[in-house]
Design a protein around this ligand. Structure first.
Ligand code: RB5
Length: 164
């Protein structure tokens, strides 16, 4: 077997768990460029991507893209999603209006990991204008691969939705 074929088979084997995993992603114009970068990285890594827009740098209102993605998470169509806007704030606030959505605004790798481990976050919100693209990609990888730790965190997460 030649080495190209060997590399191809190794990559196929390493990506086998991701092939069926579809990652929904959405942004406004403030997160558009980082979104495009992340889509490329995700696809290179073997994930499928569902792009909820926006599709250019033209100015848009972030809820128009974020609500549809959050609704899909709410309905259980995808386990985890990625949202972006300039600061990450508007996107996170929009997503968190939806029942069963726990969107975490994160600025570094440790926070992205903790959002999964401690909060069972199902959406990662990124500040597209404030962190380096490579750092955002490392955060996305951690977010997608870190399991919820459970234990003492379970009842805390359950209490988030209890308002009485
Ligand atoms: C758009 O200019 C900007 O306000 C938006 O991307 C976001 O930062 C809002 O929270």
């Amino acid at each position: 077997m030649n080495s190209d074929r060997m590399i191809y088979l190794c990559e196929l084997f390493m990506n086998r768990g991701k092939m069926n995993q579809i990652i929904p992603i959405a942004s406004d114009h403030g997160g558009y460029e980082m979104k495009q970068f992340l889509i490329e990285r995700l696809e290179d890594a073997g994930y499928q991507v569902k792009d909820f827009g926006t599709y250019s740098t033209d100015s848009v209102d972030y809820p128009d893209m974020i609500h549809p993605l959050a609704r899909a998470i709410e309905k259980g169509e995808y386990p985890l999603g990625i949202i972006l806007c300039g600061s990450g704030n508007g996107a996170q606030m929009t997503a968190n209006k939806h029942p069963h959505v726990r969107a975490a605004l994160c600025w570094n790798e440790e926070l992205a990991k903790l959002a999964r481990e401690h909060n069972d976050a199902n959406i990662l919100s990124l500040p597209g204008r404030f962190i380096p693209f490579d750092q955002a990609w490392r955060m996305v990888q951690l977010f997608l691969t870190t399991p919820f730790a459970g234990g003492r965190h379970t009842q805390r997460v359950e209490k988030i939705e209890r308002l009485d």
